[in-house]
Design a binder for this molecule. Structure first.
Ligand code: PEP
Length: 250
């Protein structure tokens, strides 16, 4: 039985003040949400605040990116060991905004996945097609390529230590959500790729859906057989909405 996971991705939003209020709201409303795992992903500069406020609670925290390199001369970068130092359990890798705006290739994302895993962090690997790719009918080809980059570098066992988030790029921050059927089809395809190599890893792999998940569509999406939770952007910035999605997953 896979334990659902709901992960917030605050992206480059918030201030110390707003984050404190958001965390207070999340903590006070989470009491009855016990069957799932809850994670919030904050800008790196605020991770020490999250550590102070979330230590000892049921909410884990996550980086939004990391360097593929070990500590050294990489100005501005953050190593896996540094995220661990601030108590992160998870780190998002290969978010479509990193791929699009920072030119991250499948191979670099795979190296980041490997660096996270080697340090003992749980990588949340984001994969998904653009609108153009969906319209060209190459969604499966794209997600397979993105997933296989990790499998080729690290072997199938690497997916036993991580989480995959299927995030159709056209649904991120747009208010357009994949239908539960569209999402389920791709999730089943992803699990199938893994199952072809290792049925046990496939069975245990949590595959989150991300892309305009909101309180009013979360239940239907998460009810699908291969959707094991959500990666939530916009709706994770409001405690009430995030909590409603957590309750749906619960
Ligand atoms: C995301 O940033 O990963 C995301 C899914 O954003 P949103 O929920 O706003 O579409």
């Amino acid at each position: 039985m896979r334990r659902p996971l709901v992960a917030g991705n605050w992206k480059m939003n918030g201030s110390r003040e707003s984050i404190e209020a958001l965390l207070d709201g999340i903590k006070s409303g989470l009491g009855r949400v016990t069957a799932i795992e809850v994670v919030v992903g904050a800008p790196a500069i605020y991770l020490s605040d999250l550590q102070c406020q979330l230590q000892g609670t049921a909410v884990a925290w996550s980086g939004q990116d990391l360097s593929a390199e070990a500590p050294g001369a990489y100005t501005g970068e953050i190593a896996a060991s540094m995220l661990l130092d601030f108590g992160c359990k998870y780190v998002i890798v290969g978010h479509s905004e990193r791929r699009a705006y920072h030119g991250e290739s499948d191979q670099l994302v795979a190296k980041k996945y490997a660096a996270a895993r080697a340090a003992g962090l749980v990588p949340i690997l984001c994969i998904g097609e653009t609108l153009e790719e969906r319209e060209q009918g190459i969604t499966e080809k794209v997600v397979a390529r993105q997933l296989n980059a990790v499998i080729e570098l690290e072997g199938i066992a690497a997916l036993a230590d991580g989480v995959v988030a299927y995030e159709p790029v056209w649904a991120i921050g747009t208010g357009k959500t994949a239908t539960p059927e569209q999402a389920q089809d791709v999730h089943a395809f992803i699990r199938g790729i893994v199952a072809d190599k290792d049925a046990v890893v496939a069975d245990g792999l949590r595959i989150l859906y991300g892309g305009s998940m909101k309180p009013d569509n979360a239940i239907e999406l998460i009810a699908k057989q291969d959707i094991d939770g959500g990666l939530i952007g916009g709706a994770s910035l409001k405690a009430e909405d995030f909590l409603a999605i957590c309750s749906a997953a619960n």
